[in-house]
Design a protein around this ligand. Structure first.
Ligand SMILES: [Zn+2]
Length: 141
């Protein structure tokens, strides 16, 4: 369980205190968390799907699905792994570098209650509660 305050602090710092959408400098107390892939469509509450947003942008965006959401989820996931905010299940620790090398090749992402599936040609990575829990490989990667 990660406390909301911890999540907010990390994301505020990651964004350098700016709104992810409009770039406006935010006062610490005025930040809202925006689910980049909308929560109303099942977007998860993971580090890679949350961005800092000013109230206006968050209100305006609502359930709009940004065109670049897959790229942004991947970019923020790689950042969260580098920052050790997304960790690897004990059984996958020795495959960490390999999995990180696969992530830029992800083509589709599926958010659901049982976790987020990052899928590319020949592989699927499952992440749940900011933890990489499963790697499935089928055929040549
Ligand atoms: Zn904004």
């Amino acid at each position: 369980m990660v406390y909301k305050r911890t999540i907010q602090l990390y994301i505020f710092e990651r964004e350098g205190g700016h709104c992810y959408h409009c770039g406006k400098l935010l006062k610490p107390g005025k930040m809202t968390l925006d689910h980049y892939y909308p929560r109303s469509l099942g977007g998860t509450e993971e580090y890679y799907n949350l961005v800092a947003s000013c109230k206006l942008c968050n209100k305006f965006k609502k359930s709009v699905v940004p065109k670049d959401w897959v790229e942004v989820n991947i970019e923020l996931l790689l950042r969260a792994i580098a920052d050790e905010k997304v960790v690897f299940d004990q059984s996958l620790k020795h495959e960490k570098e390999f999995i990180v090398s696969l992530l830029p090749n992800v083509r589709t992402i599926e958010h659901s209650k049982s976790g987020t599936k990052f899928e590319g040609r020949g592989f699927r990575v499952l992440i749940k509660d900011n933890r990489v829990v499963k790697l499935v490989r089928y055929g040549e990667v």
